[in-house]
Design a protein around this ligand. Structure first.
Ligand code: KE4
Length: 428
């Protein structure tokens, strides 16, 4: 038994499923997760000393790779001054000013401790600001685990949402309309059915929680137009894409101004941080200014702020997005070559340093098409890549992340490993 397996056995006795977040459990992969002892750059090492090229990057925060010197030194300096005070600090102001400078749509921003808190707070704020109760989300988009967002599509396109988790009362779920992504007709019908009653539309502008895929041309612009016309708050959930797809996220790349934006991951530099921000007139409804209550003991924790700020400053000072695009393009060129040589016409989607290889030959543009992939093929691929020292997301419904710490050699080794992994898939 490996050390990781021993640790997993112990973990399962005292932690539900042996993990502190379900995706880490390698469920349906018929093996225990490996346990990490340390990480540096684009690499992880497990308890048994095995080295992996990492394409999970702690699910997005590690855009500079693991333990970048700029972040470590900022954390060390901040921690030596104290770990948190529960009273305002300079670094919180600097973080807020930086977010507002990078994201012009964000005139004011409030820090939280997770993406879940950010989206939960943004939804409450949209309801408080509009006085309306319904919200629209899209099937396949994940916005964290607050009750109103753990909702699956109901039986019909316009029926109320159904709970997507035990413990979510039907009454909560019924206030969430779950529509297909990339389907303007469904959105028009929802507004026609609930005129003047929809507080917010929340969307992952580039969905990254059912694999990674993209909006059809004009779709995001359509969401902006119809929500503006209907007086509904448009929330871009950029927890994953913020500061990743471009310095100004997807909204900057498309030139769209959402009313609110939720953030996380990269702005924490690897420590627990989320944020929500946007139009001043909406944000001024947040306590203590307005009647929408929102709070957090560790919100804006100075050590976490120092980590996130150091990461953002490094990204800005080092033209990191050009490097991320170079590496992403190199990976894509290699993947498409391997797929061609293997006569495996699988679907591959990428934007910058976010990508997904789907085990389907269908085009992927929403949850149904993403789900058309073969889990068995994915499992064979995953095991082969892991054995070859490449850690890809342990689920076909996640996004791959490249960091500035990945090298051309890492990318080329990954493509070589894919050649063998896809040969195993083809031989199934
Ligand atoms: P957290 O509460 O996990 O910090 O953020 C929730 C969240 C909100 N919005 C988007 C677009 C997100 O991707 C997430 C969290 N992403 C997942 C990765 N698929 C976190 C990984 C996990 O759940 O362990």
């Amino acid at each position: 038994m490996s050390i990781s397996e021993e640790l997993f056995e112990r973990a399962c006795k005292v932690i539900p499923g042996g993990v502190n977040s379900p995706v880490r459990a390698f469920r349906r992969l018929e093996r225990a997760p490996f346990f990490v002892t340390r990480a540096e750059g684009a690499h992880l090492w497990d308890e048994d000393g095995k080295d992996y090229i990492d394409y999970v990057g702690t699910w997005g925060p590690a855009i500079l790779g693991h333990a970048p010197e700029c972040v470590i030194s900022a954390v060390r300096e901040s921690a030596l001054a104290g770990l948190g005070y529960g009273i305002p600090t300079r670094v919180e102001v600097e973080m807020a000013e930086t977010v507002c400078r990078w994201l012009p749509s964000v005139e004011k921003v409030r820090m939280t401790n997770s993406g879940t808190e950010a989206t939960m707070s943004a939804i409450r704020l949209a309801r408080g600001y509009t006085g309306r109760k319904y919200i629209i989300k899209f099937a396949g988009c994940y916005h964290g685990h607050s009750d109103g967002l753990l909702v699956a599509a109901g039986s019909g396109a316009l029926t109320h949402g159904e709970p997507d988790s035990a413990g979510v009362p039907q009454e909560y779920a019924s206030l969430t309309l779950v529509l297909p992504y990339n389907n303007p007709e469904a959105v028009r019908a929802a507004f026609a059915r609930y005129p003047g009653q929809i507080a917010a539309v929340i969307v992952e502008p580039y969905p990254g929680n059912a694999g990674f895929y993209l909006p059809k041309p004009g779709y995001l612009e359509f969401l902006r137009e119809i929500t503006a016309k209907e007086g509904t708050v448009l929330i871009f959930d950029e927890v994953m894409t913020g500061f990743r797809i471009s310095p100004a996220g997807v909204q900057g790349k498309h030139g769209i101004t959402p009313d609110l934006t939720t953030l996380g991951k990269i702005i924490g530099g690897g420590l627990p941080v989320g944020a929500f921000g946007g139009r001043r007139d909406i944000m001024d409804c947040v306590s203590p200014l307005g009647g929408v209550y929102q709070a957090g003991t560790l919100s804006g924790n100075p050590v976490a702020m120092a980590a996130g700020l150091a990461q953002l400053r490094y990204l800005e000072a080092n033209d990191s997005y050009t490097r991320l695009e170079q590496l992403g393009a190199r990976l894509e060129e290699g993947v498409r070559r391997v797929l061609r040589d293997a006569a495996l016409p699988l679907t591959f989607k990428r934007s910058g340093s976010m990508y997904c290889l789907f085990f389907t030959t269908q085009d992927v543009y929403d949850l149904d098409s993403a789900m058309s992939g073969s889990f068995d093929m994915f499992r064979t691929y995953f095991h082969s890549m892991l054995e070859q020292g490449v850690y890809v997301a342990p689920s076909p419904y996640e996004t791959g992340f490249i960091s500035t710490a990945h090298t051309e050699a890492d990318i080329d080794a990954t493509v070589a490993a894919m050649t063998r992994a896809l040969a195993a898939v083809k031989a199934m």
